[in-house]
Design a protein around this ligand. Structure first.
Ligand SMILES: [Zn+2]
Length: 174
Protein backbone atom coordinates (compact mmCIF):
# COMPACT_ATOMS: atom_id res chain seq x y z
CA UNK A 1 0.00 0.00 0.00
CA UNK A 2 1.31 3.45 -0.90
CA UNK A 3 1.86 6.14 1.70
CA UNK A 4 1.20 9.61 0.30
CA UNK A 5 2.18 12.91 1.87
CA UNK A 6 0.10 15.83 0.56
CA UNK A 7 1.10 19.49 0.32
CA UNK A 8 -1.22 22.52 0.36
CA UNK A 9 -1.63 22.53 -3.45
CA UNK A 10 -2.92 18.98 -3.41
CA UNK A 11 -5.92 20.09 -1.33
CA UNK A 12 -6.51 23.30 -3.29
CA UNK A 13 -6.48 21.28 -6.51
CA UNK A 14 -9.34 19.16 -5.24
CA UNK A 15 -7.47 15.92 -4.78
CA UNK A 16 -9.71 13.43 -3.04
CA UNK A 17 -7.92 11.32 -0.46
CA UNK A 18 -9.93 8.27 -1.48
CA UNK A 19 -7.37 6.55 -3.68
CA UNK A 20 -5.93 3.29 -2.48
CA UNK A 21 -3.25 4.01 0.06
CA UNK A 22 -2.68 6.02 3.22
CA UNK A 23 -2.71 9.80 3.11
CA UNK A 24 -0.78 12.08 5.42
CA UNK A 25 -0.31 15.80 5.88
CA UNK A 26 0.85 18.30 8.50
CA UNK A 27 -1.02 20.83 10.71
CA UNK A 28 0.46 23.88 8.89
CA UNK A 29 -1.24 22.79 5.68
CA UNK A 30 -4.60 23.32 7.41
CA UNK A 31 -3.40 26.78 8.51
CA UNK A 32 -2.44 27.68 4.92
CA UNK A 33 -5.90 26.87 3.56
CA UNK A 34 -8.29 29.82 3.72
CA UNK A 35 -11.09 29.59 6.32
CA UNK A 36 -14.37 28.25 4.91
CA UNK A 37 -12.74 27.37 1.57
CA UNK A 38 -13.74 24.21 -0.28
CA UNK A 39 -10.16 22.96 0.05
CA UNK A 40 -10.25 23.29 3.84
CA UNK A 41 -13.64 21.62 4.03
CA UNK A 42 -12.38 18.78 1.83
CA UNK A 43 -9.38 18.30 4.11
CA UNK A 44 -11.47 18.26 7.29
CA UNK A 45 -13.90 15.78 5.72
CA UNK A 46 -10.98 13.51 4.77
CA UNK A 47 -9.76 13.53 8.37
CA UNK A 48 -13.23 12.71 9.71
CA UNK A 49 -13.69 9.85 7.26
CA UNK A 50 -10.34 8.40 8.29
CA UNK A 51 -8.72 8.76 4.86
CA UNK A 52 -6.27 11.42 5.97
CA UNK A 53 -3.99 11.49 9.00
CA UNK A 54 -2.47 14.76 10.21
CA UNK A 55 0.89 14.32 11.93
CA UNK A 56 3.10 17.18 13.11
CA UNK A 57 6.64 16.72 11.77
CA UNK A 58 9.18 16.33 14.55
CA UNK A 59 11.88 18.87 15.32
CA UNK A 60 14.76 16.60 14.34
CA UNK A 61 13.46 16.25 10.78
CA UNK A 62 12.33 19.90 10.56
CA UNK A 63 15.90 20.93 11.38
CA UNK A 64 17.37 18.57 8.82
CA UNK A 65 15.01 19.79 6.10
CA UNK A 66 15.72 23.46 6.87
CA UNK A 67 19.46 22.71 6.68
CA UNK A 68 19.06 21.04 3.28
CA UNK A 69 16.82 23.84 1.97
CA UNK A 70 19.48 26.43 2.84
CA UNK A 71 22.15 24.34 1.16
CA UNK A 72 20.05 24.06 -2.01
CA UNK A 73 18.98 27.71 -1.94
CA UNK A 74 15.33 26.68 -1.72
CA UNK A 75 14.55 28.12 1.73
CA UNK A 76 12.91 31.26 0.27
CA UNK A 77 10.71 29.23 -2.05
CA UNK A 78 9.29 27.01 0.68
CA UNK A 79 6.51 27.89 3.11
CA UNK A 80 6.36 26.60 6.68
CA UNK A 81 3.87 23.96 5.54
CA UNK A 82 6.11 22.94 2.61
CA UNK A 83 9.06 22.42 4.96
CA UNK A 84 6.95 20.35 7.35
CA UNK A 85 5.49 18.25 4.51
CA UNK A 86 9.05 17.37 3.44
CA UNK A 87 10.09 16.75 7.07
CA UNK A 88 7.16 14.37 7.63
CA UNK A 89 8.00 12.50 4.42
CA UNK A 90 11.63 12.21 5.52
CA UNK A 91 10.49 10.85 8.88
CA UNK A 92 8.23 8.24 7.22
CA UNK A 93 11.10 7.37 4.86
CA UNK A 94 13.38 6.75 7.84
CA UNK A 95 10.73 4.44 9.28
CA UNK A 96 10.79 2.44 6.04
CA UNK A 97 7.30 3.49 4.89
CA UNK A 98 8.47 4.59 1.42
CA UNK A 99 6.31 7.74 1.24
CA UNK A 100 5.46 9.59 -1.97
CA UNK A 101 5.04 13.36 -1.77
CA UNK A 102 2.19 14.56 -3.99
CA UNK A 103 3.18 18.02 -5.15
CA UNK A 104 3.48 20.27 -8.20
CA UNK A 105 5.86 22.62 -6.39
CA UNK A 106 9.31 22.52 -8.03
CA UNK A 107 11.07 23.54 -4.81
CA UNK A 108 9.49 20.62 -2.92
CA UNK A 109 10.33 18.25 -5.80
CA UNK A 110 13.94 19.46 -5.81
CA UNK A 111 14.20 18.91 -2.05
CA UNK A 112 12.67 15.43 -2.31
CA UNK A 113 15.13 14.57 -5.07
CA UNK A 114 18.09 15.49 -2.87
CA UNK A 115 16.72 13.75 0.21
CA UNK A 116 15.98 10.55 -1.68
CA UNK A 117 12.20 10.78 -1.20
CA UNK A 118 9.80 9.76 -3.98
CA UNK A 119 7.41 12.38 -5.33
CA UNK A 120 4.68 12.53 -7.88
CA UNK A 121 2.84 15.37 -9.57
CA UNK A 122 -0.89 15.98 -9.28
CA UNK A 123 -1.32 14.82 -12.89
CA UNK A 124 -0.85 11.29 -11.56
CA UNK A 125 -4.16 11.74 -9.80
CA UNK A 126 -5.93 13.16 -12.80
CA UNK A 127 -5.47 16.79 -11.84
CA UNK A 128 -4.93 18.55 -15.14
CA UNK A 129 -4.20 22.13 -14.18
CA UNK A 130 -1.43 23.89 -12.34
CA UNK A 131 -1.33 26.88 -10.03
CA UNK A 132 0.05 30.36 -10.36
CA UNK A 133 1.54 31.49 -7.07
CA UNK A 134 2.07 34.96 -5.79
CA UNK A 135 4.37 35.99 -2.96
CA UNK A 136 3.26 39.01 -1.00
CA UNK A 137 4.00 41.00 2.15
CA UNK A 138 1.28 40.79 4.80
CA UNK A 139 2.20 44.23 6.18
CA UNK A 140 2.72 46.56 3.20
CA UNK A 141 1.08 44.33 0.51
CA UNK A 142 4.02 44.58 -1.88
CA UNK A 143 3.72 41.73 -4.38
CA UNK A 144 6.81 39.82 -5.43
CA UNK A 145 7.40 37.62 -8.42
CA UNK A 146 6.53 33.98 -8.12
CA UNK A 147 10.16 32.88 -8.14
CA UNK A 148 11.11 35.28 -5.36
CA UNK A 149 13.84 33.66 -3.29
CA UNK A 150 13.68 36.05 -0.35
CA UNK A 151 11.44 35.21 2.59
CA UNK A 152 11.40 38.76 3.93
CA UNK A 153 9.92 41.90 2.40
CA UNK A 154 12.64 44.10 0.90
CA UNK A 155 10.65 47.21 1.84
CA UNK A 156 9.54 46.61 5.42
CA UNK A 157 11.24 43.36 6.46
CA UNK A 158 8.05 41.41 7.22
CA UNK A 159 8.02 37.70 6.48
CA UNK A 160 6.44 37.02 3.09
CA UNK A 161 3.50 34.72 2.41
CA UNK A 162 2.44 32.85 -0.71
CA UNK A 163 -1.01 32.32 -2.12
CA UNK A 164 -2.51 30.74 -5.18
CA UNK A 165 -3.85 33.49 -7.46
CA UNK A 166 -5.10 31.38 -10.36
CA UNK A 167 -4.89 28.06 -12.06
CA UNK A 168 -4.25 27.18 -15.67
CA UNK A 169 -4.54 24.09 -17.81
CA UNK A 170 -1.44 21.98 -18.07
CA UNK A 171 0.29 22.03 -21.43
CA UNK A 172 0.79 18.28 -21.42
CA UNK A 173 -0.05 15.39 -19.20
CA UNK A 174 2.67 13.26 -17.69
ZN1 LIG B 1 6.45 44.80 3.33
Amino acid sequence: MNNYVLDTCAFISGLNATYKGKFYSVPSVIEELPQSSMARLRLLTSIESGHLTIIPSSKKFNDEVIKTSKKLGEIGALSKADLQVIALALELETKGLDPIIITDDYAIQNMAEHLGISYSSLATFGITYEFIWETYCTACYKVYEQECKSIFCQICGTKLKRKVISKQARRSLV
